[in-house]
Design a protein around this ligand. Structure first.
Ligand code: SAM
Length: 383
């Protein structure tokens, strides 16, 4: 364990309580990850925050842009723990972290040990300066902090056994693939069709294959890898499409004011059940898929109509029934299609998707393909 120079008894108690809570609720399952969390003084990396905030299982915002959007933060401990477990860092690993803050880099250093090497890169000099200072103060002076656009990796310290991305990415940069060792792993919060999940991918030959996924949320990537979404304003709300859906039509501004049609599916889900897999299933099957603001509802658009997922009370207090609402002359067809897909997901596809990533010149396997600037993501569904 690396020395902790700025610790205090109250901080230690709060830290132990946080680790116990994360172990008890099943978030931390790996003893080495628990030990790393016990060792790293999170309060040192969020110096403006009171101790109880520093050791709450919550994100600590560190910087906002002029519009008030958070562009840098120290990530939520439970998300950090889940992603570290996905990464399976081994003693001796060379690790690249994309998006700094210092805290996760210190945890990575605990896991990689003195025989490993941790490099953390951030695009923002304020962040790298603060990370450098905090890492030194907490006793992690051998973590390298680099200011650069992480979309290009850090070639001078490559190759890496693990790349851990802690900022929302739309693409797998070709530099990451080049800088990853054969058999290496990348864990990345990948955004597609309006939803983000941290996916652990292994490099298998020339492509990546998913091993696990976790629901998560991060600040958006800036720099060369930014700006993959297209927003279409409506009178009440906004539709979001991905960059590769450029040619897809969208309805007129006032479509939501047209009369509503609605159909219910008979499929009930728990109120708390994350439905990202269902949403991606719909995205895989519905041309014109987009996301409707005001609840991030999956929707499907044509040039004159719009339909979107809806829910109403289910057979008891904890369940809701899924259905579909729509507006416009073709709403009925869109609704029928979406409701049929909800039913087929419920009957056959609840195990969730698998993902592969190939370079843009590769021969792609069968599946739903999402084109990115440097790669193709292929989504497949087990029967
Ligand atoms: C959620 S924070 C990282 C949290 C951090 N790993 C921790 O220890 O909690 C995301 C960071 O990504 C950085 N970032 C955004 N775009 C980037 C890019 N293209 N390259 C490197 N860093 C980037 C932001 O400046 C921000 O500091």
């Amino acid at each position: 364990m690396t020395g902790v120079s700025s610790d205090s008894a109250p901080a230690e108690l709060l830290r132990t309580a946080l680790v116990r809570q994360l172990v008890a609720d099943g978030t931390i399952r790996d003893e080495r990850v628990a030990a790393a969390f016990e060792a790293v003084p999170r309060h040192v990396f969020v110096p403006h925050a009171p101790l109880d905030i520093a050791y709450a299982d919550d994100v600590v915002p560190m910087k906002q842009n002029q519009a008030g959007v958070v562009i840098s933060s120290v990530s939520q401990p439970s998300i950090v723990a889940l992603m570290l477990q996905q990464a399976e860092i081994r003693p001796g690993d060379r690790v690249l972290e994309i998006g700094s803050g210092g805290y996760n880099a210190a945890l990575l250093r605990e896991l990689a040990g003195p025989g490993g090497a941790v490099t953390s890169v951030d695009i923002d000099p304020e962040v790298t300066d603060r990370a450098r200072e905090s890492l030194d103060e907490a006793g992690y002076g051998d973590v390298a902090v680099v200011r650069a656009d992480g979309a290009f990796g850090v070639p001078e310290r490559a190759p890496y056994d693990r790349i851990v991305v802690t900022v929302t990415a739309w693409d797998i940069a070709s530099a990451w693939l080049r800088q990853l060792r054969p058999g290496g792993r990348i864990v990345v919060p990948l955004r597609m069709r309006g939803q983000t999940r941290a996916i652990a991918f292994d490099l298998v030959g020339d492509h990546l294959e998913s091993r696990s996924t976790t629901v998560c949320g991060f600040v958006n990537m800036q720099g060369a890898g930014a700006g993959y979404e297209r927003l279409v304003p409506l009178q009440e709300g906004v539709l979001t499409f991905d960059e590769d859906q450029e040619g897809e039509p969208h309805p007129q501004y006032d479509v939501l004011t047209l009369p509503t049609e609605q159909t219910w599916s008979g499929v009930e889900v728990h109120r708390e059940e994350p439905l990202l897999d269902l949403y991606l299933w719909l995205a895989s099957k519905l041309p014109g898929y987009c996301v409707l603001s005001g609840g991030d509802w999956p929707a499907v658009a044509t040039a004159d109509s719009l339909a979107y997922l809806a829910s109403r009370s289910g057979s008891d207090e904890v369940h809701v029934e899924l259905g579909c609402s729509g507006h416009g002359p073709h709403a009925g067809q869109l609704i029928d299609h979406m409701v049929n897909l909800v039913q087929s997901w419920d009957a056959m596809h609840r195990r969730g998707p698998a993902f592969q990533v190939h370079g843009s010149d590769a021969v792609l396997p069968p599946g739903f393909h999402i084109a990115r600037r440097h790669s193709y993501i292929t989504v497949t569904w087990a029967e």
